[in-house]
Write a protein of this length. Structure first.
Length: 152
């Protein structure tokens, strides 16, 4: 992805009525895109002045979700969205090819594949998936508390 091709963040309404920030970017559905997604995530969260540990956690989650979209779907493109709400960071990754029933935790974390969602589950305050609004794929999301008003 060429530098500067990520979309510009813009304020959006949050459920509490306060202003939120949103940053969306699209990457080709290739294994190398996970590294680009980590970089873009860390960079944006630094601009939003979120803590280093939260940046690292969010970057790991984004990387796992992008990797799952690349490995387990027939997508050409993966779209990532970061939303900073009052006390919550919401991460969403949308693919273009649906898995039957959506992503699932494997029975064992010993499997070479499938550990990513164990990490997402362990690191997230909440996570889940749903069909994309336009029915073009799945959205897998994760939420992290960020403690607005506390030192970042």
């Amino acid at each position: 992805m060429a530098p500067g091709s990520a979309l510009i963040p813009r304020p959006v309404g949050s459920p509490s009525g306060a202003e939120a920030l949103r940053f969306r970017f699209a990457l080709p559905a290739r294994p190398a895109s996970a590294a680009g997604a980590r970089r873009l995530t860390r960079d944006r969260l630094a601009v939003w002045k979120l803590r280093d540990d939260l940046r690292d956690t969010a970057a790991l989650i984004v990387s796992e979700l992008v990797t799952n979209a690349v490995v387990h779907t027939a997508s050409a493109l993966v779209v990532c969205e970061l939303r900073r709400l009052d006390h919550l960071l919401r991460i969403a990754v949308q693919d273009q090819g649906r898995l039957s029933g959506g992503p699932k935790l494997r029975a064992s974390s010993d499997d070479e594949h499938g550990r990513g969602l164990f990490l997402v589950d362990a690191l997230s305050q909440a996570w889940g998936s749903h069909d994309a609004e336009d029915a073009s794929g799945r959205v897998v999301w994760s939420e992290l508390a960020h403690g607005a008003g506390q030192p970042c």
